[in-house]
Design a protein around this ligand. Structure first.
Ligand code: CAA
Ligand code: FAD
Length: 380
């Protein structure tokens, strides 16, 4: 595949790069130290049209293609992986399920607010005992007249506590596994919905990851997304977009780690010459660059397939699997290139490593991506 970006896509790259360098870079240290949610940056992203890039203009979005959206996460994540995931979750799994499975009324009610950044979206699938095995979720939604009453809890919800809407999955029948699961749109002030523990994480500082509790949570039946029993398919179909988003986040982290390592290796001198003039370092950089380039091809191939409406579960999983492994490997090699300084907070290599690791875990662990790829290869 030969990547040729259009003029419009290159404009998106330039706009996000400028924004990231001028406005985001100065905030990263504060987000790291204070673990502060970047509300003001998200507001600015809304003004730039970044919170609804692939959302049609008729619903208040920017009406741009999926590749432009992928470029935005890639470029943003080079400077702040935290903002990259906030954007990915908000769009891929916080907004898209409503766009693709919502009624016209639901779309009109929520999409313009989400696409403009007035609302922040979230996605609540995981539970403490249902992570990789998402279909074993236990949160119940019991029909009661014109309402559903939700009881249970969710774990690790990104944007939790700061989001305005949660696409939430609950069991509406006694059927086991995927079949009994239904999706709902929950607003943040739904009676009975409370935010529990906030996780203290290794990386992605500035993002909120929380537990959500549903205690006799009263949800009007109009808030059901799709039909009863369709929830798991809605989750899986949108995780496909989500996995490309996380793959582009990983690509951004890997590329940033490579660029910083190359610059440092050229500048740092030991034994009277730059460390880059040792093959032990230059070959390491060559391997890092090759892996990052391969990730780029997989990520943009998957994005191009979404754009062309070609089924791409396998390719989305391959992009996430490879780009996340590359991000982790490249970031740890960047720490090595920096030597002792790489292990300190004075340089960004240690942050790249801490941020890279999560890309192998969320939106389906690497083991789960292997399962999806293998299933696709082996089916009749
Ligand atoms: N699109 C549409 N439907 C799909 C689908 C897809 N991509 N994948 C599966 N389905 C459907 C299947 O067709 C099946 O329906 P039928 O029985 O009618 O055919 C149904 O869903 C169940 O499928 P499986 O039997 O394959 O389901 P499973 O229980 O074996 O699980 C799995 C499959 C791939 C392991 C899945 O559970 C999974 O992806 N687990 C990982 C969970 C995950 O990714 N969580 C992410 C949470 S969000 C997040 O993490 C956000 C963030 O960090 C930032
Ligand atoms: P487990 O499923 O318990 O897995 C533990 C280990 O066992 C992993 O290595 C896994 O790969 C392996 N394993 C499990 N099953 C198999 C198998 N069949 N074959 C081989 N190996 C297997 N979820 C949401 O719904 N919304 C969010 O917004 C969200 N954001 C998140 C943000 C962060 C920072 C984190 C850490 C998590 C987030 N998650 C979110 C949850 C995330 O998707 C899960 O953590 C992930 O899917 C793994 O589930 P688990 O943690 O329960 O691990």
């Amino acid at each position: 595949m030969n990547i040729h970006f259009t003029e419009e896509q290159e404009m998106m790259r330039k706009m996000v790069r400028d924004f990231a360098q001028k406005e985001v870079a100065v905030e990263v240290e504060r987000m790291e130290k204070e673990d502060r949610h970047p509300k003001e940056l998200i507001r600015k992203m809304g003004e730039l049209g970044l919170m609804g890039i692939p959302i049609p203009e008729e619903y208040g979005g920017s009406g741009m293609d999926f590749i432009s959206y992928t470029i935005a996460i890639h470029e943003l994540s080079k400077v702040s992986a935290a903002l990259g995931v906030i954007l990915s979750v908000h769009t891929s799994v916080g907004t898209n399920p409503i766009l693709y499975f919502g009624t016209e009324e639901q779309k009109k009610k929520y999409i313009p607010k989400l696409a403009s950044g007035e609302y922040l979206g979230a996605f609540a699938l995981t539970e403490s005992s249902a992570g990789s095995d998402a279909a074993s979720l236990k949160t119940r939604a019991k029909k009661d007249g014109d309402h559903y009453i939700l009881t249970g809890s969710k774990a690790f919800i990104t944007n939790g506590g700061v989001a305005d809407t949660y696409v939430t999955f609950a069991r509406t029948s006694d059927e086991k596994g995927a079949k009994g699961v239904t999706a709902f749109i929950l607003e943040k002030d739904t009676p009975g919905l409370t935010v529990g523990k906030t996780e203290k994480k290794m990386g992605l500082h500035g993002t909120k990851t929380v537990e959500l509790n549903f205690d006799q949570c009263v949800v009007p039946k109009e808030q059901m997304l799709g039909n009863e029993g369709e929830g798991f398919k809605i989750a899986m179909a949108n995780l496909n977009f989500g996995r490309i988003g996380i793959a582009s986040q990983a690509l951004g982290i890997g590329e940033a780690a490579l660029e910083h390592a190359v610059n440092y290796a050229k500048e740092r001198e030991q034994f009277g010459k730059s460390i880059a003039r040792n093959q032990g370092i230059s070959f390491k950089l060559a391997d890092m660059a090759t892996d990052v380039e391969a990730s780029k091809l997989l990520v943009y191939q998957a994005a191009a397939m979404v754009q062309a409406d070609i089924p791409c579960n396998k390719e989305a999983s391959m992009a996430k699997l490879y780009a996340s492994k590359t991000a982790r490997k490249t970031a740890i090699e960047a720490v090595q290139v920096y030597g002792g300084y790489g292990y300190t907070e004075d340089y960004p290599a240690e942050r790249f490593f801490r941020d890279a690791k999560i890309t192998e875990i969320y939106e389906g662990t690497s083991e789960i991506q292997h399962i999806v790829i293998a299933k696709s290869l082996l089916k009749d």
